[in-house]
Design a protein around this ligand. Structure first.
Ligand code: PLP
Length: 478
């Protein structure tokens, strides 16, 4: 296998050739481009057998492009590998905050995954998508895990009424649930408890902390008190424990440590008189944004988590719980790209050349928010040699609206199609209307078919929520 860092990108096409190597292509989260990416004879990028030029002509620019095959492959890899490596029951649930819309939820539902929702709005999206696909209310409820560190009373009522799983974050929420459920039959509210295990992951570092500083979840010092409280509340049906330790994680040790910590707590809970049957290990597996990134494959991640949980259970003499994982980024990140059109070019002699695109921080706030890195290519010049270095700037009124600081590209001009890779997660879902820029359309591509899954916003959409009180209008109109 060619080591990643040895690979030199001389053309856009190199991003594709690199992953034609079967070993690398096995796990979507390790690929910079969707699995179906190819170069056409006339030198355009093609995804899902759709030519990028045709997509931009038909659906406009900027455009989010989502490859169905890559998304389904990731779902299948998570599902199949849990079946292969974990000798108990398992459920993969999609952290829908990564990209929540009807079609994405629909595809993932048909792949038999469940959903992590963090708000009434994300829950509503799952309810609408799944019921349109013919799933029953019970099926929907069983597949949904409702998260959040400050769920409103309305959200809690919604969750109770739907009878989905609620991942309880804190004391206030426990008390609110007990109050809201006071007239309900015994054990009618299904909950998991979210814990802060003293493991923190930043992108490339991993810290185990004795005391914990996160806004999420119960601290371990409170564990015994929480369990004793929960046991006394007849309406609560506490099924298990949950923890999510971070995102874009490349190491395996944190989840292994987490498995051991959580299994010990399952044991402790049993000793206190509450037997729990579910263990939710969270998400967090990283993806490749640049050729320097080398995350574990989905298979390696699932194997590590499964083996760690089983080992810990054998150590603690516990039967294997239902194991739940909730990946977001690694399920959908590499399935998406964003196509932009190149606009103005500004050369500062002796310094930099800026290339401006027709989007930026409103459709991808990750660079300005987290200094995230991305890879790009020119979708209509796949085999042209890389000769220039640019700063790729967005069109918003912020100097920090820069997508990439040192983009290596072929000669690039106004009208070229610039493709940013790995934008399937946390792009559409974090998009805003900053500068009153309408949010882009999104298309789903597969086998030469391209379907709109999110309509491009119009100027009228932008003022749709605005209200103009009568008293602001000139008197003559009154
Ligand atoms: C964000 C989040 C996830 C998914 O994280 P990824 O890094 O995208 O896999 C899972 N669970 C919870 C509770 C989260 O907040």
């Amino acid at each position: 296998m060619v080591s990643k860092s040895e690979h030199i990108f001389r053309t856009g096409q190199d991003y594709i050739s690199k992953y034609t190597n079967e070993i690398l292509q096995k796990s979507p989260n390790n690929c910079l481009l969707p699995l179906t990416s190819k170069t056409t004879e006339d030198d355009f990028l093609e995804i899902g057998e759709c030519n990028i030029k045709d997509l931009v002509e038909k659906f406009g620019s900027p455009l989010y492009i989502l490859d169905e095959k890559t998304l389904r492959t990731s779902c299948k890899q998570y599902r199949d590998n849990f079946k292969l490596y974990y000798k108990g029951s398992s459920q993969v649930i999609y952290a829908s905050k990564a990209w929540s819309c009807l079609s994405v939820v629909g595809i993932i539902a048909t792949e038999n995954l469940g959903f992590d929702v963090v708000s009434g709005g994300e829950f509503h999206t799952v309810q609408i998508a799944m019921s349109k696909l013919g799933y029953s209310e019970i099926e929907i409820a069983n597949r949904v895990y409702f998260h959040g560190n400050n769920k409103s009373l309305d959200e809690l009522e919604l969750a109770i009424k739907a009878n989905c799983n609620i991942v309880v974050d804190n004391w206030l929420e426990l008390q609110n649930l007990v109050e809201l459920g006071s007239c309900l039959p015994e054990k009618s509210i299904r909950i998991l408890l979210r814990l802060t295990p003293g493991i923190e992951c930043h992108t490339h570092e991993y810290i185990k902390t004795g005391h914990v500083n996160s806004k999420f979840g119960f601290n371990l010092n409170d564990f015994e008190t929480v369990i004793n409280y929960v046991i006394k509340q007849k309406v609560l049906n506490c099924r298990g424990l949950h923890s999510h330790i971070g995102s874009q994680i490349f190491e395996k040790q944190p989840h292994r440590d987490l498995a051991f910590i959580l299994v010990k707590l399952l044991k402790k809970s049993q000793e206190l008189g509450l037997t729990l049957s579910e263990l939710n290990i969270g998400g967090g597996l990283g993806i490749s944004y640049t050729s320097d990134d080398n995350p574990p494959s989905i298979e390696e991640w699932v194997k590590n988590v499964s083996e760690s949980v089983m080992e810990a259970c054998l150590d603690s003499n516990l039967s294997f719980p239902k194991l739940i994982a909730e990946p977001g980024r690694s399920l959908i990140g590499s399935a998406g790209v964003t196509a932009y059109t190149v606009g103005s070019r500004k050369e500062i002699p002796g310094l930099h050349t800026y290339l401006a695109i027709d989007g930026g921080m409103s459709d991808n706030p990750r660079p300005i928010t987290y200094q995230s890195l991305y890879s790009i290519l020119i979708g209509n010049k796949m085999s042209e040699k890389i000769t220039e270095t640019f700063i790729i700037a967005g069109k918003h009124c912020e100097s920090g609206d820069i997508i990439i600081k040192d983009a290596q590209l072929p000669q690039t001009h106004t009208g070229d199609i610039l493709v940013v890779m790995g934008t399937g997660a946390y792009n559409y879902s974090m998009a805003s209307n900053y500068n009153r820029i309408p949010r882009p359309a999104a298309v789903l591509v597969n086998h030469g078919e391209a379907n709109l899954i999110v309509r491009r916003e119009t100027y009228d959409d932008l003022v749709k929520q605005d209200c103009l009180p009568q008293r602001l209008l000139p008197n003559c109109i009154l």
